[in-house]
Design a protein around this ligand. Structure first.
Ligand code: FES
Length: 163
């Protein structure tokens, strides 16, 4: 299967993706979004297939393994590439081309966990517009607290995130 990494999402495409998320969530299947965006525009994470082995969630969501050799997550190899793993409430971003940081996707404002965009090195929770930098620090409210950061290790072509 293939992912879409377009820079903009039409309303029709967004609604179709939202419907897919609802269906996937209802089936209890993980949903993943991945994108690379360093331009000025905001970007929703396109869907990444959950059944192609790119992402493995272990320990009830406390450990996440990402296979960087899988084309579904190839955007993570570049600076600004990011991933929303809704099945484990996790964000990860390639901050400089070589290193990664990972955070909870549960917004510290009112707990939205799936409405994330990333551009210009900022995560935005579109529920109410809070923004966080690639350290997880709040740069614009209404959120008042930083995102909880998770431990990331990279070995060869595998990223491991541990909560
Ligand atoms: S829940 Fe994220 S900004 Fe309100």
């Amino acid at each position: 299967m293939k992912i879409t990494t377009g820079k903009s999402v039409s309303r029709k495409e967004f609604l179709r993706t939202a419907a897919s998320v609802s269906i996937v969530s209802a089936l209890g299947i993980g949903f993943y979004g991945c994108s690379n965006s360093t331009d000025a525009g905001s970007e929703q994470p396109p869907q990444v297939p959950s059944d192609d082995g790119a992402i493995t969630i272990l320990g009830g969501g406390n450990t996440i393994e990402i296979d960087l050799t899988n084309n579904s997550v190839s955007d993570l190899l570049s600076q600004g590439g990011w991933l929303l793993i809704t099945a484990a409430n996790t964000l990860i971003v390639n901050v400089d081309g070589d290193s990664y940081r990972s955070f909870t996707s549960v917004c510290t404002h009112q707990g939205c966990s799936t409405n994330w965009q990333f551009s210009n090195n900022l995560f935005e929770c579109t529920c109410h517009g809070s923004r966080f930098d690639t350290s997880g620090s709040v740069v614009r409210g209404p959120a008042a607290s930083n995102l909880t950061e998770f431990t990331v290790t990279v070995e060869e072509n595998k990223i491991t995130i541990e909560k």
